[in-house]
Design a protein around this ligand. Structure first.
Ligand code: BES
Ligand code: MN
Ligand code: ZN
Length: 475
């Protein structure tokens, strides 16, 4: 944890960290260390020894490049690179990172968050805690930014927790494990929770979730968390996360190469849990529901077969011509259950289609919506949160295809062409007239390579955006 102080304390023995731009004279550094050579190019980090001239033995200078060209994205990466270099506690001058478009308060949030996410490590499975060494020290700032530092820290922690859930292998993160974690999280923040088990799912006829679960020895769960941040429980927004703890494809079996990484198929669930954690930690004034249908997608003698016709919680029948298009099946019940619980808006998040990865790669999350106003508030939140979202189309043409079954109301995989839109059109049949956004994070939920913001693996994408959405709507 960092604490704000108004002026640099020259008696500190911790390393001191400054920022420097190429288009400015760095007079403060010059006065502290006359003649010091610094490289202010973007992302250059200069470590200047003070040779006993000061109580602190090192001055770090982070290169901003041209201040006028600095963006939030670049600042994040710069802080991330530094976070991965620095070994112990330090004092940083935050005003050095302010630009005409990035305020001190924004810098403080980004700084605190990045110091946590960039140092994230996933080494050993186990107790659901993100492993990283958290640093502390002083933040020198012309305004008290303690609140912003706390906010950044809350976001960073929630993102790391979401990453750990997703990074856990399938045998350590079963539907029951996910439920156990959700319950622990709910208890920590005094949130109401309901974990629906097989008998509950049978009673209510969550038949699409149960159908996918048939091929698995691990029972399914429907996980519900309620965060009440307003006086009364009215107009909750539901965050529905795909909790597919391992996706082998079912009888439409994946080839082994495509099966790798499918432990991450519950990243939607992990990240909605991350969002509600950040929201609860900050005490955001909003009513938020989390709904997670959770199961594995495997094969055995009871498993769903190709061309089976199944029911669903909403009562619609579905022809399953591809058992690997299972995410939309369990989300159908998740979305319907959110409606039954009174959600007046729904955002679902899912590692749903390879087609979305083909369309957008790992650079952007695909978004679909039946409501332009809702979509634009999410796009605005994503922009503030510095996360990239690109809206993809829903259309009658896709809807016609998902309604084209000869034997059921719907068919789960009518065509591979336009696969991301077809999956979304299928979900739309269950959102019906509730304002709804579908986020396909198949490409953004995890990354194959390490970066300035952390190691390869789960990214915690959209935790920031969802939190920002509710912060923006606070009255
Ligand atoms: N979980 C996968 C989607 C996925 C693919 C996520 C690659 C991350 C990376 C999903 O359940 C799936 O298998 N989708 C199929 C749908 C198809 C059968 C219509 C796909 O995308 O191939
Ligand atoms: Mn699948
Ligand atoms: Zn899947």
């Amino acid at each position: 944890m960092f604490t704000t102080i108004a002026n640099l304390d020259l008696t500190t023995t911790q390393p001191v960290v400054f920022g420097a731009a190429v288009d400015e004279n760095n007079t403060q550094i010059e006065s502290l260390l006359p003649g010091a050579e610094i490289d202010a190019a973007y992302k250059a980090v200069t470590v200047l020894p003070t040779y006993g001239k000061h109580a602190f033995s090192q001055l770090y200078v982070l290169g901003l490049g041209a201040r006028s060209e600095l963006t939030v994205t670049k600042l994040r990466q710069l802080f991330g690179r530094f976070a991965q270099m620095i070994k112990g506690d330090f004092t940083i001058e935050l005003d050095h990172f302010v630009t005409s478009t990035i305020t001190l308060r924004e810098v403080a949030v980004i700084f605190a968050e990045t110091m946590i996410i960039a140092r994230y490590e996933f080494k050993k499975h186990g107790n659901f805690t993100a492993k990283f060494s958290q640093l502390s020290g002083h933040v020198v700032a012309s305004e008290n930014v303690q609140l912003e530092l706390a906010q950044g820290e809350a976001l960073g922690q929630a993102i790391n927790h979401a990453r750990t859930l997703s990074n856990e292998p399938g045998n350590k993160m079963t539907p029951r494990d996910l439920a156990k974690y959700a319950k622990k999280l709910a208890d920590k923040y005094g949130m109401e929770h309901h974990i629906l088990k097989t008998s509950d799912l049978l009673n209510m006829q969550a038949n699409a979730l149960l159908a996918v679960n048939r091929g698995s020895d691990e029972p399914a769960r429907m996980i519900v968390l309620k965060y009440q941040g307003l006086e009364t429980w009215e107009n909750p927004t539901a965050l529905v996360g795909k909790g597919l703890t391992f996706d082998a494809g079912g009888y439409s079996l994946k080839i082994s190469g495509s099966m790798q990484g499918m432990k991450h198929d519950m990243t939607g669930a992990a990240n909605v849990l991350g969002a509600i954690e950040a929201i609860a930690h900050m005490g955001v004034k909003a009513n938020v529901l989390v709904v997670i249908p959770a199961t594995e997608n495997l094969i055995n003698g009871q498993a769903l077969k190709v061309d089976d016709v199944i029911g669903s919680l909403a009562g619609k029948t579905i022809e399953v011509n591809n058992t690997d298009a299972e995410g939309r099946l369990i989300l159908a019940d998740g979305i319907e259950y959110a409606r039954q619980l009174g959600a007046t808006r729904i955002i679902d998040m899912a590692t749903l289609t390879g087609a979305c990865v083909v369309a957008l790669g790992s650079a952007m999350t695909g978004a679909f919506s039946n409501n332009d106003q809702f979509m634009s508030s999410l796009a605005q939140a994503a922009k503030q949160a510095d996360e990239k979202v690109w809206r993809l189309p829903l259309d009658e043409a896709y809807t016609e295809q998902v309604r084209s079954s000869k034997v059921a109301d719907l068919i789960n995989s009518p065509s591979r062409e336009g696969g991301a839109s077809i999956a979304a059109a299928f979900l739309q049949e269950f959102a019906v007239d509730t304002p709804w956004i579908h986020l396909d994070i198949a490409g953004t939920g995890d990354t194959k390579s390490a970066s300035d913001l952390g190691p390869a693996g789960a990214t915690g994408v959209m935790v920031r955006t969802l939190t920002q959405l509710f912060l923006n709507e606070e009255v």
